[in-house]
Design a binder for this molecule. Structure first.
Ligand code: 6PG
Length: 236
């Protein structure tokens, strides 16, 4: 596990764009594609804006990028709460992504059916040892990550790769990848910004039982991109 501390969200997002770009070049050179699970919530917005702007928009071969999500609010993409909708608005509509390489979690029908379909899609797309080349995760104030919430068995899931979970706030029905799927990512990056994340960041990084800490520990080499405000409680 590694921790990089940045001045602020802008600085953190540029650092994450550098890492995204470097890793995409490596993966595309090695195997002709780069599979990334985008993060949800608000923090990744700035990263998306950086990637959709010069120089990164030209550094990444977007035609070889395959896009997944780590989690989704179970609403259609035109709903303001949709992680897919946010990614399409801030990134995917601005870069040369092949629509055939975008794999949303939301589909009409029930959340259980959508979760089962995504679990199957992931297993078909990633038959080997690894799932995503990169998964981008956030951190909630209750130390949740993706849509793995404290007190929910899904946060410890060791077999299913995608589940229907329930959020205690906001959109209740969620689709989320699980620790069993996330730990198989080649690279895992947490983006953590803001003073309100200082407590959960310290909890997750000091090994207190919580979904984000569990997911990071299960992966074993998670990278934490944290701004100074969110790093305020970290023991240096
Ligand atoms: C979601 C997320 C969730 C998010 C955290 C942090 O769909 O909401 O994936 O895990 O990353 O809640 O959200 P913010 O970046 O908005 O603080």
């Amino acid at each position: 596990m590694s921790i990089r501390i940045f001045q602020d969200l802008d600085d953190l997002s540029l650092g994450a764009a550098e890492f995204f770009t470097m890793l995409s070049k490596e993966c595309i050179a090695a195997k002709g594609k780069f599979s990334v699970a985008l993060g949800g919530g608000n923090t990744p917005r700035r990263l998306h804006e950086c990637l959709a702007d010069v120089p990164y928009v030209h550094y990444v071969d977007w035609s070889k990028v395959h896009v997944y999500w780590g989690d989704e609010r179970f609403v259609p993409p035109d709903d303001p709460a949709s992680n897919e909708g946010m990614a399409r608005e801030t990134l995917l509509s601005k870069v040369g992504i092949d629509p055939a390489n975008v794999f949303p979690m939301y589909r009409p029908g029930s959340a259980d059916e959508a979760a089962a379909a995504y679990d199957q899609l992931l297993r078909e797309h990633f038959p080997g040892d690894h799932t995503f080349d990169l998964v981008i995760l956030g951190l909630g104030e209750d130390c949740h990550t993706a849509s793995l919430f404290p007190g929910d068995d899904a946060a410890l899931e060791s077999s299913a790769w995608a589940l229907h979970t329930h959020s205690p706030a906001g959109v209740v029905d969620r689709i989320t990848t699980t620790p069993a799927c996330l730990k198989r990512s080649r690279e895992m990056v947490f983006l953590v910004s803001g003073a309100e994340k200082a407590g959960p960041a310290d909890a997750a990084l000091s090994g207190k039982p919580c979904p984000a800490g569990y997911v990071a520990k299960a992966h074993g080499a998670a990278r934490w991109f944290v701004d100074r405000a969110a790093a305020a409680n970290l023991k240096q």
